[in-house]
Design a protein around this ligand. Structure first.
Ligand code: ATR
Length: 275
C-alpha cells in the first residue's frame, strides 16, 4: 500500500518529538503512515495548511504557536474541541471540510488515570495557568468529575474568564478561579499548565498546597526534573510526573482519529525516555 502523509506544523519545529512518536506508531501497527515536521512561516500558517491538504496530505498535528489559528481555520469541530479554542489535530472530512480536534486533554487524562493510576473522580484539582494549553484540557478534566477544580493564574481575570466559559461543563464539581497566592490548603492533584518555567520562573504558590499524597503533574516535559516538579519535590511531594506521557497519549489519540487504529503507548513512552 502507498504511504499516506501526515505532519506536525509549528514554528520552530526542529525539536518536535512527533515524527519519532508517529513513526514508532506506524511500525508498531503496520499502518502506511509517513510523518514529517513542517515549519510554517509565522505569517503563513493558513497557506501552509492549505498547501498540505491540496498536496494530498491526510492529517496534521499543530503545535506552538499555531493551535489557536488552527482552530479558527477549521470549518467543523470534534465535540471536545469546540470550547478548547485551540486545535492540535486537523484532517478533512468526506465533504472536504477542514475538521479541528484537540486531543491534548484526552492525553493528559489518559496519562494521569491510566498510566499513573491517578484517581480524578472526587479529587480536589488545582490547575495553574489560563492560556491556550489549559483551555485545551479543562473539558476532559471536568468530564472526570473532580470534587473541585481551581484555576489559578498570574492574571486572575483570565482564570475567571475560563471558569465562566466552562461553568456549564462543571457538573457537580466546584469550579473556581484565583491568583497563585490564594490557595493554602492541600490539593489531591496539581497540574502546571503555565509557561513560567520557559522564563526560569515558578508560580508563587504557598507550599501548603502540597501534602505527601498530592500528585503533581507538569505539562512540560524535559530530560531533567522540570523546575516546577523540583519545587514540588522540595516541598514534600512524592509523586511527580512530567508531560512526556501526555505527549505520547495525545499523539496516539490523533493517530486513532486519523487511522481508526489505537497504537500502544507504553513502549513508545519507554523508547522516548531512553532516547
Ligand atoms: P500556552 O499556549 O502555553 O498556554 P499562553 O496562552 O501564552 O501559552 O499562556 C501562558 C500561561 O502561562 C498563562 O497562564 C500565563 O499567565 P498570564 O495569563 O498571567 O500571562 C502563564 N505564565 C507565563 N509566564 C509566566 C510567569 N513568568 N509566571 C507565572 N505565569 C506565567
Amino acid at each position: 500500500m502507498n504511504n499516506e502523509f501526515y505532519a506536525v506544523v509549528g514554528h520552530p519545529i526542529n525539536h518536535s518529538k512527533s515524527p519519532r512518536i508517529h513513526s514508532l506508531f506506524a511500525s508498531q501497527t503496520g499502518e502506511p503512515v509517513e510523518y514529517t515536521a513542517v515549519q510554517a512561516p509565522l505569517d503563513d500558517f493558513a497557506a501552509t495548511v492549505r498547501r498540505f491538504f491540496e498536496g494530498g496530505g491526510k492529517g496534521l498535528n499543530v503545535t506552538v504557536p499555531f493551535k489557536e489559528q488552527a482552530w479558527e481555520l477549521a470549518e467543523c469541530f470534534a465535540a471536545r474541541a469546540e470550547k478548547a479554542g485551540a486545535a492540535n489535530t486537523l484532517y478533512q472530512n468526506s465533504a472536504g471540510q477542514l475538521v479541528a480536534d484537540n486531543t491534548d486533554g484526552y492525553g493528559l487524562v489518559r496519562d494521569l488515570a491510566t498510566n499513573h493510576g491517578v484517581q480524578l473522580q472526587g479529587a480536589r484539582v488545582l490547575v495553574l495557568g489560563a492560556g491556550g494549553a489549559v483551555r485545551g484540557v479543562l473539558g476532559p478534566l471536568l468530564e472526570q468529575q473532580p470534587a473541585s477544580l481551581t484555576i489559578a493564574n498570574r492574571t486572575v481575570a483570565k482564570a475567571q474568564a475560563l471558569a465562566a466559559l466552562f461553568a456549564d461543563e462543571a457538573g457537580t464539581a466546584t469550579l473556581s478561579a484565583c491568583g497563585f497566592n490564594e490557595p493554602d490548603q492541600p490539593f489531591d492533584v496539581i497540574i502546571n499548565g503555565t509557561s513560567a518555567s520557559l522564563q526560569g520562573d515558578l508560580p508563587p504558590l504557598c507550599a501548603n498546597v502540597i501534602a505527601a499524597g498530592t500528585v503533581v503533574y507538569d505539562m512540560m516535559y524535559s530530560l531533567q526534573t522540570t523546575t516546577f516538579n523540583q519545587w514540588a519535590l522540595d516541598n514534600g511531594a512524592v509523586r511527580v510526573f512530567d508531560g512526556l506521557g501526555m505527549l505520547v497519549e495525545q499523539a496516539a489519540e490523533s493517530f486513532r482519529v486519523w487511522r481508526g487504529v489505537r497504537p500502544e503507548t507504553a513502549p513508545v513512552i519507554d523508547a522516548l525516555r531512553n532516547d
